[in-house]
Design a protein around this ligand. Structure first.
Ligand code: FAD
Length: 250
């Protein structure tokens, strides 16, 4: 299917993108397009305006700051996968990225786009939460930092305002022991359920409307995963218990 009609904008700077977002009704940022374009094609999203940030220079850096690694808005997932800085400072992120889809998708998909998209079955939001990372959001009103614990609000929902651009995600360094383990039907598919261990912290994905922190001694407590064609709620809870055991045995 083809996407519904929209007006296309290609700002040359983040400030210009913020101006467009603040003045246009019903506008969406377009980054790697790996989630947004399928949503348009299936007519599950019908924004009137697309703000394509791909031509903005200077927002594709990966760099160390504050004992962690910062990943700017246009950094592709593949660049993070190949980054020496990320491998040294936050190897948990390197491991997690390799579980995201396939390399061709990671060549276009961005880390910040994955976080902004907030798919409950995504690896990267759970990594951000397990590590206690944060994001920087920018709008015409200025910049603010949002901690991972305050960012994920529901299925495909964050506390980013509609006029904000997520300009940077910051991942604290991952010291050992860490692991990310998931179960999916086929390599590259979204996970049925997954766990991220960062020292003694545990974050789960695929089992709640958002990634959640859990108690490693009783990780499934209070969870009510959804039922779909892929897995029953009980099976997802079983997976969480088994994957947590593996993560903490490793
Ligand atoms: C076949 C397939 C398999 C996949 N498997 C996985 C998987 O296993 N795990 C996984 O995590 N993901 C998976 N994905 C999704 C992929 O990781 C996407 O790249 C990612 O979710 C979105 O990043 P993007 O840069 O493509 O964002 P886009 O598709 O461009 O945008 C997604 C959403 O985020 C918003 N957005 C993007 N960037 C910003 C920003 N800087 N500021 C504010 N809002 C922004 C957009 O407005 C849109 O609402 C898969 C995708 C495909 C097509």
């Amino acid at each position: 299917m083809k996407p519904p009609p929209f007006a296309y904008h290609a700002p040359g700077s983040i400030d210009e993108a913020c101006n467009l977002l603040s003045t246009l009704e019903d506008a969406k940022v377009l980054a790697g397009g790996q989630s947004l374009i399928p949503l348009l094609n299936f007519r599950l999203a019908r924004p009137q305006h697309l703000i394509d940030i791909n031509r903005i220079a200077g927002v594709d850096r990966i760099y160390e700051r504050d004992g962690g690694v910062a990943v700017q808005a246009l950094v592709r997932q593949a660049a993070v996968e190949d980054s020496d800085v990320v491998a040294r400072v936050c190897p948990l992120l390197t491991d997690a990225i390799r579980l995201v889809a396939h390399r061709v998708i990671r060549n276009r998909g961005t880390v910040c786009g994955s976080i902004a998209h907030a798919d409950p079955a995504s690896e990267l939001p759970a990594v951000l939460l397990a590590l206690g990372g944060s994001v920087v959001a920018k709008s015409t009103r200025g910049e603010r930092v949002i901690g991972a614990g305050a960012l994920f609000a529901g299925v495909f929902e964050t506390t980013l305002a509609p006029d904000e651009v997520l300009v940077e995600a910051w991942f604290p360094s991952s010291s050992k022991p860490y692991s990310v383990i998931e179960e999916s039907r086929r390599h590259g598919d979204f996970a049925l359920a997954g766990v991220v261990r960062a020292s003694d912290r545990l974050a789960l994905f695929g089992v709640a409307p958002t990634p959640v922190l859990a108690d490693p001694r009783d990780p499934a407590r209070g969870l009510e995963p959804s039922r779909d064609l892929e897995a029953s709620p009980d099976f997802r809870l079983h997976l969480i218990r088994v994957l947590t055991e593996q993560a903490f045995a490793a």
